[in-house]
Design a protein. Structure first.
Length: 322
């Protein structure tokens, strides 16, 4: 591939960036775009060949699903199916936090390629608040699949220069709109607890500050809704795709190695819980269905990878992307 181009977005003019990015995306190419969190590596979510290029450029395992970005709330129905029993909660959360760094996990629409969701029956969806990303998303006319624009196992980039360091020569174009802000995940593993907390947030019964306290089991410090810490341009940030949603990174958070180990432990626990559920519903291993076998294998593989990454983190003192 020829040298990666960079197009800088002027404050009052994004026509060139819009035209060039959309042309490449329509041709099935991948483009690095700014979001309100980190730079993402974008592809047409309805084009499996284009999505495959994301995995190839990032050297990302195919069992690790991608987030799908939509241009408007009305586009949600094109990528996901909202169950009636949670529709009210979903609508309230969308009204409160979209556009913005809230990711919803919902049953996927059949039109979404299995590669996007790594064969899982659910899809992660969000609507970006970044004006450049939103404009390109809207002009493309299709949902955009976009994980962070870095090689798998590296720190997520918050600037165009950081993207070039990671993916220069691997992708045709980077849209440079300046430095992004870093956000950190608020993740709830227990499905019942996740739903209950989501309903409380949707009904304004629980603030983001209190939500974090409930999840982490300790008081939050220096954290208010809408507050972010802006990294130095070119500096990397840790960005994980949320389940309940992403909240601004607090000052003085936990040690990177501790965070990585917690993430790895949570994913291993999820895999083991699913194993228990599958084995509990079957008298013998031979009765386990093929779908359950496939999903379980993916969970265990992801858990193994994250534990290996966590060990690397402890040894090196750096936080890896999971």
């Amino acid at each position: 591939m020829p040298e990666t181009r960079i197009i800088e977005v002027a404050d009052d003019d994004m026509k060139d960036a819009l035209r060039e990015a959309c042309a490449l995306l329509q041709q099935g190419e991948i483009v690095a775009l700014p979001t309100e969190t980190v730079y993402g590596l974008a592809a047409d979510a309805f084009n499996p060949t284009a999505v495959a290029k994301i995995f190839a450029a990032k050297e990302r395992p195919s069992f690790d699903p991608l987030i799908v970005h939509i241009a408007s709330r009305g586009d949600l129905k094109t990528v996901a199916i909202v169950p009636e029993d949670i529709a009210d909660t979903v609508n309230k959360l969308i009204s409160a936090f979209w556009p913005g760094p809230l990711t919803l996990i919902l049953p996927k629409h059949p039109d979404v390629a299995d590669l996007v969701t790594s064969g899982l029956p659910t899809v992660a969806v969000r609507q970006s608040a970044h004006p450049v990303f939103r404009a390109i998303n809207k002009a493309l006319g299709h949902p955009i699949a976009a994980p962070s624009a870095n090689r798998f196992g590296s720190i997520s980039p918050t600037s165009a220069s950081a993207v070039i360091k990671e993916l220069g020569g691997r992708i045709p174009l980077v849209i440079d709109a300046g430095a992004c802000c870093a956000y950190e995940l608020l993740k709830v593993e227990d499905p019942k607890k996740r739903r209950r907390l989501a309903e409380q947030v949707a009904n304004n019964e629980l603030s983001l500050v209190k939500l974090r306290e409930k999840i982490e089991g300790r008081p939050s410090q220096a954290l208010t809704a809408g507050r972010t810490t802006t990294p130095t341009p070119g500096e990397g940030s840790v960005h994980e795709d949320g389940i309940v949603g992403d909240a601004p990174r607090p000052q003085g958070g936990g040690a990177p190695a501790d965070n990585a180990l917690v993430s790895a432990k949570q994913n291993l626990n999820e895999a083991l819980e699913q194993l228990a559920d599958i084995l509990g519903s079957s008298d013998t291993l031979s009765e386990i269905g093929e779908t359950d076998r496939t999903n379980l294998a993916k969970y265990l593989t992801i858990a193994k990878l994250r534990l290996e990454n966590a060990i690397t983190v402890v040894r090196s003192g750096h936080r890896l992307e999971h």
